[in-house]
Ligand binder design. Structure first.
Ligand SMILES: [Zn+2]
Length: 453
């Protein structure tokens, strides 16, 4: 993620004029220590001295600004890692005299991770407690056509199952899953469905559901209403229905994938707490390893960058458009500074319209917003789930969940399924060391590649 940090130029070296009460103008030059040196303004010696000091002070100011920038970057957490890694060599630093110091530079540190509370859930005025006839018919049609019972036509989702709450009984009945089993009682009851695609575990009052053990974040926490467990209808449709309908990701020969190594060039991303490496280097290395694996599996792979260049986010979307890609995967590493405890992998896709996001950072998250990529809500979730599950298996990393967000503009405009993976926290000492190892990044690449099988 990108955040702008404004460097305030200070003026502790320079000149100023001051008018005394008697009206005499005195000119002062200040040195670095801030001591003023008063001199007569018209004296030739002063002019020569002032010119020299002015020149020196401006030269010093430029040098100091450069050093400040270098120091800021260094302070972002650089330490030399204990382990040699195989990465592309960093670009040579430009010669100092030609460096242009900008007022704003892009630097690594994203805002602190804050788990947001969603806006208040809609008032359950229209509780759905049982299955409507139209859906029963759809299920019967599916069964009579020889389709698996669970593969209910998504179009048959009842039209009145939108801005409302569904009893778990009703949703289970719709999917021929029967009633959920109570696995944990008050005060936070947990209910579980056993499906042909695995288990779904819902904890009342928690937005974190468990799908085959994986964290799957919901828009709204399921809740007990009058002693009956309910789930928000849109969560049921956009998450669980999507998982039940999950199909192969490999339709025919249309397998063009865009791999997007996050950051690059002057946008370095987050810094590894325990090495001199940046997120942009790790994402590129991960992407190159993934490309090799996917090409072996027959995918056509398009990269948004193959070296250390800054590619604007709209161009990354355009690259997928030009390639007529079937899938877009953006690779990142995370930072939770100042929190160094956060660890694990998060997999993101775009939040469906009507639901609050699970992470907003500074973005003004509008649940009503509808983006081009929302046309792929179901497939986004299916891809994200498969990649996340596979990554958990190959990396052994902590599960930080399958989540949804709107602030990632590299996803919003995509006309194809698109996901963004945060492959671990560079701000966590243990995870940073793991990510610094080439073998671990190979596991991350294998996780993504196997998730697309
Ligand atoms: Zn990033």
């Amino acid at each position: 993620m990108i955040e702008l940090l404004k460097i305030q130029k200070t003026a502790d070296v320079g000149e100023f004029s001051q008018k005394s009460p008697s009206g005499v103008v005195a000119t002062s030059l200040t040195d670095r220590s801030g001591y003023a040196r008063d001199v007569a303004p018209s004296h030739p010696a002063f002019l020569a001295k002032a010119g020299a000091i002015l020149f020196l002070s401006k030269a010093f100011k430029l040098g100091r600004t450069i050093l400040t920038s270098i120091l800021l970057v260094w302070l972002a957490g650089c330490q030399t890692g204990p382990q040699a890694i195989e990465l592309p060599p960093p670009s040579p630093a430009p010669p100092l005299p030609t460096v242009t110091i900008q007022d704003q530079i892009q630097i690594a540190t994203p805002g602190p991770i804050v788990e947001i509370d969603p806006p208040p859930a809609p008032i359950p005025t229209n509780l759905i407690v049982s299955l409507p006839m139209v859906s029963t018919q759809a299920v019967m049609n599916a069964a009579s056509n020889g389709l698996p019972v669970l593969a209910v036509d998504p179009m048959a989702w009842p039209s009145n199952w939108v801005n409302t709450w569904l009893s778990l009984d009703a949703w289970g009945q719709y999917n021929r899953l029967g009633k959920p089993s109570l696995v944990n009682g008050a005060p936070s009851p947990m209910y579980q469905f056993q499906t042909t695609n695995g288990t779904i575990l819902l904890k009342m009052g928690s937005r974190i559901a468990r799908c085959n053990g994986l964290e799957c974040w919901l828009g709204y926490a399921p809740q007990m209403i009058k002693g009956v467990p309910y789930i928000y209808a849109l969560d049921a449709l956009k998450s669980f229905q999507a998982l039940l309908n999950a199909r192969s990701l490999r339709p025919g020969n249309a397998r063009i994938v865009v791999i997007d190594p996050g950051h690059g060039g002057k946008d370095s991303g987050s810094r590894n707490s325990f090495s001199t490496r940046w997120e942009k280097e790790y994402t590129l290395d991960w992407a190159l390893r993934l490309r090799t694996l996917l090409v072996e599996k027959g995918w056509k792979v398009v990269m948004t960058r193959t070296n250390d260049v800054d590619v604007p986010l709209p161009e990354r979307v355009q690259a997928a458009e030009r390639a007529k890609a079937d899938l877009f995967i953006s690779l990142h590493f995370n930072s939770g500074l100042p929190n160094k405890e956060l660890a694990g992998i998060e997999t993101y896709c775009l939040t469906p319209a009507g639901l609050p996001s699970n992470l907003v950072r500074t973005y003004d998250d509008d649940p009503k917003a509808l983006f081009p990529n929302n046309a792929f809500d179901e497939q986004n979730y299916q891809v994200a789930y498969k990649l996340h599950r596979s990554l958990m298996e190959t990396s052994g990393a902590l599960d930080r969940g399958l989540r949804r967000a709107r602030f990632m503009s590299v996803l919003r405009g995509q006309n194809r399924p698109a996901v963004l993976i945060e492959g671990g926290y560079l701000s966590n000492p243990n995870e940073a060391k793991k990510i610094a190892a080439a073998a671990y990044r190979q596991h991350l690449a294998e996780g993504v590649a196997q998730g697309l099988d």
